[in-house]
Ligand binder design. Structure first.
Ligand code: HEM
Length: 162
């Protein structure tokens, strides 16, 4: 594989999340923003994460359809809605509010939320597939995902960094 998976999640070059690497020029948003607003690296990261969740969620949906076994429907629905839809909405908010993507809190929020959804989606799939003993992991990971949502609420309500 010519593009290592880690490339997808590479960090921005500078401490400021608005600063992009030389090989990755700033992406210009629509002309109605005057062409001056660049998409924060964290928003791009959220979209990359979201599309991977969608690929996983749809794969489970197709697997359910082909096998006729819908037992893991809950995992499919949560991976699609928390992993794809919500992550893309978080990314959209940060793209439209670049100042909110700066600093440690948004990165912490990304880490907590994605870890929670990843662990919850995986453990929920295994639980619905018949592994009842994994239920405590589903419980804890769902709380981690919820913590990520609460952190995003803080980002939305806090004043933007100047
Ligand atoms: C090719 C793509 C997809 C396939 C093949 C697929 C397939 C399925 C299947 C077989 C079920 C079980 C239905 C049942 O047993 O009643 C299901 C349920 C569900 N899917 Fe998908 N799905 C796809 C994409 C999506 C996407 C993109 C989303 C959300 C963004 C989504 C959200 C849901 C939800 C919420 C349910 C639960 C519905 C209920 O509770 O009745 N699906 N899907």
């Amino acid at each position: 594989m010519t593009v290592p998976l880690l490339y997808l999640f590479r960090r921005p070059c500078g401490r400021n999340s608005l600063q992009m690497c030389a090989e990755s020029p700033p992406r210009r948003l629509a002309p109605h923003f005057g062409g001056t607003l660049t998409m924060p690296a964290l928003a791009q990261l959220y979209f990359r994460t979201a599309i991977l969740f969608l690929i996983a969620g749809i794969s489970i949906g197709i697997f359910m359809s082909i096998s006729g076994n819908h037992a893991v429907m809950g995992a499919h629905a949560h991976i699609n809605l928390l992993g794809w839809v919500t992550s893309a909405l978080f990314g959209t908010y940060l793209a439209l509010n670049p100042a909110k993507a700066a600093g440690l809190l948004p990165r912490l929020q990304y880490g907590v939320y994605v870890l929670g959804v990843l662990a919850m989606g995986t453990s929920l799939y295994l639980m619905l597939d018949g592994n009842a003993s994994i239920e405590p992991v589903v419980a804890v990971s769902s709380l981690v995902a919820f913590a990520g949502v609460l952190l995003f609420a803080v980002i939305i309500f806090m004043p933007a960094r100047s």
